[in-house]
Design a protein around this ligand. Sequence first.
Ligand code: AMP
Length: 463
Amino acid sequence: MIHDECGLFGIYGHADASRLTYFGLYAQQHRGQESAGIVSIDEEGAYHSYKGMGLVPDVFEEKHLQALPGTIAVGHVRYSTTGRPSLANAQPLHVNYKGKDIAIAHNGNLVNTFELRRALEDKGAIFRGTSDTEVIMHLFASELCRGGDMLEAVRRTCMQLKGAFCLIFLMEDTMVCVRDPFGFHPLSIGHLDGALVAASETCAFDLMDAEYERSLKPGEIYVASSEGESSQMLDGIPARPRQCIFELIYFARPDSYIYGEQVYTCRKNMGFQLAHESTPDVDFVMPFPDSGVYPAVGFAQCAELPYEHAMIRNHYVGRTFIQPSQSMRSFGVRVKINPVRAMIDGKRICIVDDSIVRGTTMITRVKKLRELGAKEVHIRISCPPVRHPCFYGIDFASPKELIAANYTLEEIQKKLDVDSLHYLSIDGLLRSVMHNDSYCLACFNGEYPVPPCRQCGKHQLEK
Ligand code: AMP
């Protein structure tokens, strides 16, 4: 199945619903750059939908927003790395079932998609794309068919899903937001002029001056309908949530507030802890922008070392992992960040970055720093070594490509050609956050809260 990193936005009861959704997606563009889509419901209950491939401002023109009338809307931005990019996988998914429109937007990765899809296909279900979301839609339709109201169907659908899912459902004039029982990915709610807003990240609320209320609880179902708002819980909620800590390390925007934590503060704390664990004797500290900036600030403050921006980012380049082949990828890194020559020659430098995945960024850029005459290069990474694949929606390389899964620290240091290398310890990472017993650390320690089914796991590993 295709592996998703996505951003969700939903709004219920606002005259400008689709325009605000557009802004909500714009703020969350970092969560997905492959496709964007919006579904709205007008006053008569008719559904309108538009989606396209590319960035939010490229997909939506004024005329498209004009054609998305109504006071209820859901939007989605999507990024996938495996499989061909395709409009069939773009979301929200909008279908008609027994004369009723249904739309679903999903963030996260299920670990039993293969089994679910096979069972559905055995009963004659037809699929257009390869995303998990189509499986969820089919299950939902089957559950509606079994009887009961929309909420019961949502509940019964969710009970069959294993893995990570934040979902926003639209049916008739009802919007339902759900967070999976482990709470793998973030989903928050707030209000704007009396309307309910829901978003993966609160930076979406800030843009429109919506008031942030709270994070949905793991396993919570939050409903907005003509009868008002209400909340209930899925059954079988585990005692401990397992929220994705990599959202705090890298994926979410630092100005967002997720899982009840300010992302910026967590990242700065990670840098602080990192400096506590290992500070080299250097002339200055510099981040690899942008991801290294926030831990580097904490690191430099804790170590009382000068902080410089000696690596400059080209903001008009997409993320380096978008490139399909390894040769293209290292070119992507060179396009993306480039050192300031005058800062490097003869200097002892400490580089702070959030993570090393394949090692492409580090290898390529350290080589350049050496060419420019750096005397010493020390690397400090604000998360532990990423040694295991993520099955829940963070796109890492396959284990074959993950540098820390294949080499010892000494070997990595040698490969990177650096004078020293230190990764933040798991203890240090947990000291950097407030709710430290609620996180999934599977990419560091291999302890998977929900084991993937054999085929899904195999697919993921073969990526
Ligand atoms: P690499 O060059 O493969 O070692 O990638 C490392 C860089 O990619 C880090 O500096 C991160 O900022 C960024 N990164 C980390 N995790 C991811 C991810 N899941 N998707 C995209 N980029 C990532």
